[in-house]
Design a protein. Structure first.
Length: 310
């Protein structure tokens, strides 16, 4: 299944691997992409919020996407192209589509104040990137300070045929998912895919509310893909048991400021990244923080062998 209104499963938000000196670690990019595919990812999202996109130059962004697309094969790659202006958004969007990306993701700028401004913005963004580029709307009020009601989202979808997905990560957002699906059911909104974020910490109930899956980057994407499969198969108790086992670590990884440091540290321990380095400006785990993550991994390993690193 490609990047369209039927998209489901887990689109993993890819970390961007760096060497300690700040250079992109190309070998780790390949290894990370292979890892996501082995975890059962339905898609890969590059240059997301947790992908350190603003720290990359334009040519680095294109080169990174080219490398991920090449390693991902038939699995669709979606690219975050959010930008303060439409000229750089268009340049990046067209560049990554030429590189083989399946579509892009756009979040609204925090300057928008009214519903009409929000709807108009996405129409302008669609015109800027081109009608031929499928896109997802990123609804993340905590990160972008823009609140989009279900009615606003329905208007955006109606006025932009190339909008194929809503990434809903309002907080709390369960009732919003239900409200959007109610509009679908009543024929008041064109059906689109709904994937959720926020590190997966509400995914158990988001799936039950009508989400098609997740677009997030928890360091155990193999757990996320298993959770989605169980939920879609109606295995509710097994799905919640799996989720509950991982929740303490997911919560720790979701901390503002150091969440990416936690995620990269775990991916390094899993043998996927050669280094947990970030490009400056960067956050870092303290020795105490690393010890706490190690403790949570040890506890998780009692319930899920994927956390047992020997």
């Amino acid at each position: 299944m490609g990047f369209d209104a039927r998209a489901s499963g887990v689109y993993v938000i890819a970390a961007t691997p760096f060497h300690p000196d700040g250079r992109v670690d190309e070998a780790s990019v390949d290894r990370l992409t292979d890892f996501y595919l082995a975890c059962g990812a339905s898609g890969i999202t590059a240059l997301g919020v947790m992908g350190e996109a603003p720290k990359l130059a334009h040519d680095e962004s294109i080169a990174l996407v080219q490398r991920i697309v090449r390693a991902a094969g038939r699995v669709p790659v979606v690219v975050g192209v959010t930008s303060p202006g439409f000229a750089p958004m268009r340049a990046l969007a067209r560049g990554v589509m030429d590189a083989g990306a399946a579509g892009v993701m756009i979040a609204p700028p925090n300057t928008l104040r009214t519903d009409d401004q929000i709807v108009a913005y996405f129409g302008q963004a669609r015109a800027a990137i081109g009608d031929d580029v499928p896109f997802a709307v990123q609804d993340y009020p905590l990160g972008f300070s823009v609140v989009m009601t279900q009615q606003v989202l329905a208007r955006i979808v109606a006025e932009n045929p190339s909008c194929v997905m809503l990434k809903l990560e309002d907080w709390p957002g369960l009732d919003k998912i239900s409200a959007v699906r109610s509009l679908d059911a009543a024929g008041r909104m064109r059906p689109v895919s709904i994937l959720t974020g926020n590190g997966g910490i509400f995914l158990d109930f988001e799936l039950e509310r009508g989400a098609n899956g997740a677009m997030t980057g928890y360091a155990f994407p193999d757990m996320l893909t298993e959770l989605v499969r169980l939920a879609q198969a109606g295995e509710r108790e097994r799905a919640h048991n799996l989720f509950d086992a991982h929740l303490p670590l997911m919560r720790y990884e979701q901390q503002p400021g150091v969440g990416l440091a936690v995620r990269k540290y775990i991916l390094m321990k899993r043998g996927v990244l050669a280094s947990d380095a970030q490009r400056n400006p960067a956050s870092a785990l303290s020795p105490t923080g690393r010890a706490e993550v190690d403790y949570l991994l040890q506890r998780l390993a009692r319930l899920d062998s994927r956390a047992d690193f020997g």
